[in-house]
Design a protein around this ligand. Structure first.
Ligand SMILES: Cc1cc2nc3c(=O)[nH]c(=O)nc-3n(C[C@H](O)[C@H](O)[C@H](O)COP(=O)(O)OP(=O)(O)OC[C@H]3O[C@@H](n4cnc5c(N)ncnc54)[C@H](O)[C@@H]3O)c2cc1C
Length: 509
């Protein structure tokens, strides 16, 4: 088998010869022809040609594929969650792509530990399925989410997993107690804080470099019934950040359960302007709201409060009024709706449906995600939101604060300095049917933003990072680079895994 492989890689142009010969005794399936989907991703900026796509029947298949690849001179293996990366991170050009997505693995088991409940979920489970299963079967819910739940457990844990609950519970990587991982050596290892902890922390936020997550044990808590979802508007950035930071640093009983925010354009534009603040088609904008501020961009604070069905609406109103009472948003800019907890968490699903219907879901998405320190966020507003992006980006421009203390410093995620930092997510949508800037121009604008930040000495790190050079990665990891390299040499010494991240080059056996 190995001889055939070497023959293929070095001399043989006819891939079918190999296809007929490669046999790994898989219990799942291997496909050499219908592989095009695995050579694309949500970003739509990169393309590749996988050698084959494997749909594993279990952990043993994943191990076999990795061991098989390790015997070849140059085959690589990429786990593909839901392919919602932007820059080809889940691709393996001429390598194996393992299609991890598996709805049936949503919740395998509920575990009662000394300190609470946890659920075992498959690495390829979609978070939306985890949510539905946990709530409907057990009335339980994970504590920390992403805004959009069509992402896999393994995919977000390989990055961080951030949303409006992160200020309280930390990212999704801080809400895992145990992992089952198949390393780049092909070994299946159970790891946790106490057991094989080096692997556990390396894998969390590890960009798929050390192993493939096949199971995760995730903290859960009783699921709330209902959510009051609220948006208020600020004219001035310093008032917006002061209120947002106050909410994330207050005691739990004195704050909301979810805190986010976004920047929008002071115009009637349906995508970039005031209409993007409305939560419900029935809500209307009071005439004159737009002229209330002379500023070109404005800021929307988005918060949510959990409550139970038994609470009467006046109790919820009183609580909300009390919490909002201490904030300094623009008068008459309070928008709110009540919805079930599950509908709130699935809120982006509706936007996905609409975007799919009008063709913009499948068009390219040159997104840029950053963590910016509190010390630099006013400069970011000045140089980027108010200048470069003053006309909007055709999609959300999220900006909200997060507490560093809720992040486990031992994971592979890299953060800027300070106790508070902001996530900035520039979620650009392009419309294939309208005249709009070319994707190349938008990518160039992302580069310009990074250059402006660097030139002006802003303290920031890329989230969902993407670099093409080792120098870029070294700079990203800073003094943590040597540890990252050491862990790679221990758990994936031949650099077989996640080649699409472009961090390491495949070694010869
Ligand atoms: C519409 C949309 C909304 C988003 N919203 C948020 C948000 O609110 N918060 C947030 O934090 N992020 C958000 N993201 C980013 C998202 O978390 C990442 O892109 C994530 O990697 C996507 O998950 P995926 O399952 O599609 O992973 P993929 O894109 O398939 O894979 C990402 C990386 O992880 C590796 N990988 C995948 N599965 C595994 C596994 N089981 N074990 C080890 N490595 C694995 C892959 O090889 C690849 O390197 C969003 C993305 C999109 C497209």
């Amino acid at each position: 088998m190995i001889a055939y492989l070497e023959h293929f890689v070095h001399e043989n142009d006819s891939e079918t010869t190999l296809h007929q010969q490669v046999s790994m005794d898989l219990e799942g399936t291997i496909d050499y022809t219908s592989t095009a989907y695995a050579g694309k991703d949500f970003g739509g900026l990169h393309a590749s040609t996988p050698f084959a796509v494997v749909t594993p029947s279990g952990t043993h298949d994943i191990s076999r594929v990795i061991r098989f690849a390790s015997q070849s001179p140059n085959l690589t293996v990429a786990a593909r969650g839901n392919g919602h990366s932007i820059n080809g991170q889940a691709m393996a050009n001429k390598g194996f792509v393992i299609d991890m997505k598996r709805p049936s693995d949503a919740v395998i088991d509920v575990i009662h530990c000394d300190v609470g409940y946890a659920v075992d979920v498959g690495g390829g489970a979609l978070w939306e399925d985890v949510l539905k299963r946990c709530v409907s079967k057990f009335s339980l819910s994970p504590r920390s989410w992403t805004d959009y739940l069509g992402l896999t457990v393994g995919g977000t844990l390989s990055n961080a997993g951030v949303s409006g609950q992160t200020f309280r519970y930390g990212p999704q990587t801080s809400n895992v107690t145990e992992l089952e991982v198949v390393t780049g050596n092909g070994d299946t290892v159970i790891c946790s804080h106490a057991q094989n902890s080096e692997l556990f922390f390396s894998v969390l936020g590890g960009l798929g470099q050390f192993g493939i997550i096949t199971r995760a044990r995730i903290w859960v808590q009783p699921a709330p019934d209902m959510v009051r979802w609220i948006r208020v508007v600020y004219s001035e950035f310093d008032e917006f950040t002061r209120d947002a930071e106050s909410l994330i640093t207050r005691a739990e009983s004195e704050s909301f359960d979810y805190v986010e925010g976004f920047v929008f354009v002071n115009s009637e534009d349906p995508v970039n302007g005031w209409p993007s603040v409305l939560l419900d088609p029935d809500q209307i904008l009071e005439p004159g709201l737009m002229t209330r501020s002379v500023n070109r961009v404005l800021y929307c604070l988005e918060v949510a409060l959990h409550y139970s069905k038994g609470n009467c609406s006046s109790t919820v109103d009183t609580r909300v009024e009390k919490l909002l009472g201490r904030l300094t948003f623009m008068k008459d800019t309070l928008f709110q709706v009540d919805l079930s907890y599950v509908d709130f968490l699935l809120r982006v699903k509706e936007a996905e449906k609409q975007a799919k219907a009008n063709g913009i879901w499948d068009a390219p998405h040159p997104w840029l995600n950053l963590f910016v320190s509190k010390a630099s966020i006013a400069d970011f507003d000045h140089f980027v939101f108010k200048k470069i992006l003053k006309d909007g980006i055709g999609g959300p421009m999220l900006v909200y604060p997060i507490l560093r203390s809720k992040w486990d410093e031992g994971t592979s995620v890299v953060l800027p300095d300070g106790d508070i930092f902001y996530i900035v997510a520039l979620l650009r949508f392009t419309n294939p049917y309208q005249k709009s800037p070319s994707v190349r121009d938008l990518v160039a604008q992302n580069h310009e933003i990074l250059q402006v930040c660097a030139r002006n000495g802003l303290d920031f790190k890329l989230y969902l990072p993407h670099y093409n050079t080792e120098e870029g990665w070294k700079q990203h990891f800073g003094d943590r680079w040597s540890r990252f390299v050491e862990m790679k040499s221990r758990y994936d010494p031949m650099a077989i895994l996640a080649p699409g991240q472009k961090i390491f080059t495949r070694h010869q056996p």
